[in-house]
Design a protein around this ligand. Structure first.
Ligand code: G
Ligand code: G
Ligand code: NA
Length: 257
């Protein structure tokens, strides 16, 4: 596939980057953590979305190199921010299903953190509901180990997988992220509001932190705040940004206070 060849070459160039989108605490309005999102800007063309190239990369071993690159880049960035004395707590990275099929994926993750002298508070994981549902015993054990060590593990796109709720009993997760389609439709659709309320209730009853994704306007945010969701993420607050831009935003916030 031509796109896969191009992506493979992009990995050795400056075309790939991580953007960072803040998650904001509903109560305090503070930036609590960042989600790292992969971006590909080919030198000779339009940007390609990870929604397009991740599934392609998953068809070959390229997904593993890509996953390593994301891990390495996020750890490097987190360590740089630590060394610069920046008050950024955690960067969450996304793991795809195929990535988890690698037998040493968790060891590589821990090794990467160790190389940068980072701990469980510094890098978290986001896994989609479908990835968790399809996980085998090895993956479950790997996640249990990370959980035991104190890592944060979030269920991404909650409410959209082909799932029963029973997987919530088995997986050592610490947060759930309500899919943005519910957030989008909540102001107009009572069904979406009901599902969001139920998700927040289940999340809290299970002792999980609940994050609403894709918050784009005040109307959505007002509803979410009334529902006592813990964290919000979306264009209404911040777009995903390259690291230098995020630093300027944080500096601006510090000046404003
Ligand atoms: O940022 P954007 O909306 O374009 O992302 C589209 C999809 O790509 C989302 O589902 C997001 O989770 C996924 N994605 C973004 N970055 C990564 C990454 O580093 N690894 C994996 N596996 N998926 C990612
Ligand atoms: O599935 P996941 O949560 O990883 O998806 C993250 C994707 O959502 C990123 O590609 C990001 O660009 C996108 N995103 C972030 N905030 C918003 C938002 O407010 N609205 C929409 N439509 N997409 C968003
Ligand atoms: Na995600």
């Amino acid at each position: 596939h031509r796109l896969v060849d191009r992506l493979e070459r992009a990995m050795d160039s400056e075309e790939l980057s991580l953007h960072y989108q803040p998650q904001v605490a509903v109560g305090s309005g503070r930036i609590e953590n960042l989600e790292a999102l992969l971006r590909w800007q080919p030198a000779d063309g339009a940007p390609v979305s990870p929604a397009e190239f991740i599934p392609l990369a998953e068809r070959s071993d390229l997904i593993h190199r890509l996953g390593d690159w994301v891990m390495e880049t996020a750890c490097h960035q987190r360590a740089q921010w630590r060394d610069a004395g920046r008050a950024i707590e955690r960067i969450d990275i996304n793991f795809s299903g195929r990535q988890m099929s690698r037998s040493d994926v968790f060891q590589r993750f821990e090794d990467c953190l160790a190389r940068y002298d980072l701990g469980p508070r510094h890098i978290g994981l986001e896994l989609t509901e479908n990835v968790l549902i399809e996980a085998d015993d090895r993956v479950l054990e790997g996640l249990q180990r990370l959980h035991h060590l104190g890592f944060r593990i979030a269920i991404d796109d909650f409410g959209t997988g082909y799932s029963s709720l029973s997987y919530l009993k088995h997986f050592p997760v610490t947060a759930l992220k309500i899919d943005r389609t519910f957030v989008r439709d909540a102001p107009d659709q009572s069904e979406d509001r009901a599902i969001m309320e139920a998700a927040i209730f289940i999340g809290h009853r299970l002792g999980l932190e609940v994050v609403a994704e894709g918050v784009e306007n005040l109307e959505q945010f007002t509803l979410i705040r009334e529902m006592r969701c813990d964290l919000v993420q979306g264009f209404y607050f911040f777009h995903p940004m390259p690291a230098p831009e995020l630093e300027r935003v944080l500096d601006g916030l510090l000046v404003a206070h």
